[in-house]
Design a binder for this molecule. Sequence first.
Ligand code: ADP
Length: 456
Amino acid sequence: KTNHFDVVVVGSGGGGFSAAIEAKKAGKKVAIIEKMPTVGGNTLISGGEMNAPGNWVQKKLGIKGDSVKSYYKDTMKGGDYLGDPKMVHILANNALGSAKWLRDDIHVKFINDQLFQFGGHSYKRALIPVGHTGQELVTKLDKKAKSLKIPIYTNMKAKSLIKRNDRIVGVKARYQDKKNVTFNAKKAVILTTGGFGSNVKMRTKYNKEYDKRYKSTDTAGTMGDGIVMAQNVGAKLTNMKYIQTYPIANPKTGMISLLADTRFDGAILVNQEGNRFVEELERRDVISKAILKQTGGYTYQIWNDKIDGISKTKAAHKAEYNELIKQGLLYKADTIDELAKDFKIDPAALKATIKKVNRYAKTGKDKDFHHRAGLVSLAKGPYYIEKAVPSVHHTMGGLVINEKTEVLNKKGKAIPGLYAAGELTGVIQGSNRLGGNAIADIITFGRIAGKTAGKL
Ligand code: ADP
């Protein structure tokens, strides 16, 4: 069977939806194809937070001083200056506009009096969607796509790109692994298939460290398909060896712990000996590496009700909370003694650590690890303790795209007809993506891809 469209978007995460919506608004006949039975990709299961310097919640909370420049600097530095400066400028300049587009055009609801300051950021600048997950984003993007009558073909796996006279003119796909279907694209194919975090073979091909010892926070569909398809038509790859682990994930399943977002509001990390060992707002790679050096290669995250009162993650992630308790990975306790007992930590050592934290909270100076937001007092219970390990979370490397999201070949020339946006591109996040930067990236460049295709 052959279907005819102007623009074919492969992958239905935040990047794919943004591209499809913009191309459709520009008057193109657009389709989205998605290999899984449901839409959303990793965008759906992410925390959904999005950096936007100078945003409306900062204004409301009286957070002053943030700027496009500061966000640009943090992102470049966070990726060890391996991101393409020109592309990171586009991200920084457009992040607030992308957030406003989500808010005003897509009707995404963001919490209006709370922000996160993820590791590596100089300001609290990440907007939080209601529910603290990507579900709000995907639900609303899906709704918009439906209202624009964009067809979404689920269970439809793109297998290869069709090239004619050096131009990409479509996609060969398979429906439910049974039936071949061809999608002709008169104007553009836009790849938004996400990264390769779930593909152990591909991970180890580019970086031996990330073998099957590591679980992944990603969906099963995160296999690098788009990267390989583009590579097969001559696309250049970059930064492939940079694979990010999320430091705080479930040791049994590899799933990201969103409950543990209390870390951004003062939760501390300790090892089996009851000692802190890293600044809790350090970059994900730094924290992950530090955790793996501790006894057993895991950490405990500790917080109290005061911190939860700021983060509100217990209410937002009730299901995860109950599940972790059931799995014996989370305990609530009234005293530090009890807390220490749950995981057989030496109570005296833990008490000493917490006493120091309380002192640093008071003076505002963390003399041990220089917590950049300032520690919060843990003098009062009830407390929570959660066991966690790093898990593969984001693959920074991928396709080289330019400011129009054209996919470039090894000579730096655009491959006609082929565009890409989102995690499968490798030019934005450098060696390490900062928290809240994936959503800003995929929405910004997804929209640019859709607008570019809309003009063809
Ligand atoms: P991004 O954040 O870059 O938008 P996501 O991980 O959120 O990426 O979404 C990528 C989507 O692409 C997922 O829903 C995934 O199942 C889908 N996908 C991956 N490979 C293919 C493929 N070969 N054909 C169709 N869809 C794919």
